[in-house]
Design a protein around this ligand. Structure first.
Ligand SMILES: [Zn+2]
Length: 233
């Protein structure tokens, strides 16, 4: 048989119970507060820091890897390009079958040392669909001659000499182009092939899209994706 609880013991247990409830409530409130602060920091970074730094974190559901080039007149001159001055998106291919996005990015970065060329793009879409950003969107790349000052440059990787982007590359290229159009409030007529805007008559970049039907299909896919992004907003 259990002995009846003394009054002091009863009070002690009651106090302990109250203490446990208090600790639980404080822990819960603390967790809510921490989540709130974390959320605010993330939102702040998304809304303001990206704009300031010129970084893009994603294109639809595709993550964009931030691998900026070092400042150099040969690849990243650091010339500013304001958001309001960004009038178009130019599509290029690497002109190097089998080259990966990071190999291409590292080549651009190496120009600082080799001084072999003046070249770079803002984004490179990899063979597996990964996207690498190597120039901030608020800076000029060295990709499209006179249009460097008012366009963003996207380059895609490909496997064979035909220049055809693989399935994953194509899908990411569509997502990235669409999300940039949405970001800058631009329409389909602001997406160009390099050859459309090049001052060189013999420019055939990007080779795969020299075929107008392929190019029109690509633009249609981009606009369909842009419509999806518009609805999500
Ligand atoms: Zn090109």
């Amino acid at each position: 048989m259990s002995t009846p609880m003394s009054r002091a013991e009863w009070r002690r247990r009651k106090r302990r119970k109250a203490m446990i409830i208090r600790i639980t409530v404080f822990a819960f409130l603390g967790a809510v507060l921490a989540a709130l602060v974390f959320g605010c920091v993330v939102a702040y970074r998304e809304l303001f820091m990206h704009e300031q730094l010129g970084t893009v974190s994603s294109a639809g559901d595709q993550e964009v890897l931030n691998r900026m080039l070092e400042i150099s007149e040969f690849s990243r001159p650091g010339a500013r390009m304001a958001k309001r001055d960004t009038k178009g998106i130019v599509i290029h291919c690497t002109d190097n079958p089998g080259t990966s996005a990071m190999e291409q990015r590292n080549y651009y970065n190496s120009l600082k040392t080799t001084k072999g060329n003046h070249l770079s793009v803002h984004f490179i879409v990899d063979l597996d669909g990964k996207i690498v950003q190597c120039i901030p969107v608020n800076e000029q790349a060295l990709a499209s001659g006179a249009r460097n000052a008012d366009t963003l440059a996207i380059e895609f990787c490909y496997e064979s000499d035909t220049g055809e982007p693989g399935k994953f590359t194509y899908a990411s290229l569509v997502k990235l182009t669409a999300s940039l159009l949405a970001r800058y409030g631009l329409g389909a007529d602001c997406v160009y092939r390099h050859s459309d805007i090049s001052s060189f008559a013999d420019c055939t970049c990007p080779k795969w899209f020299e075929d107008d039907q392929r190019w029109n299909e690509f633009i249609t896919a981009v606009m369909a994706q842009a419509a999806v992004l518009g609805k999500k907003k």
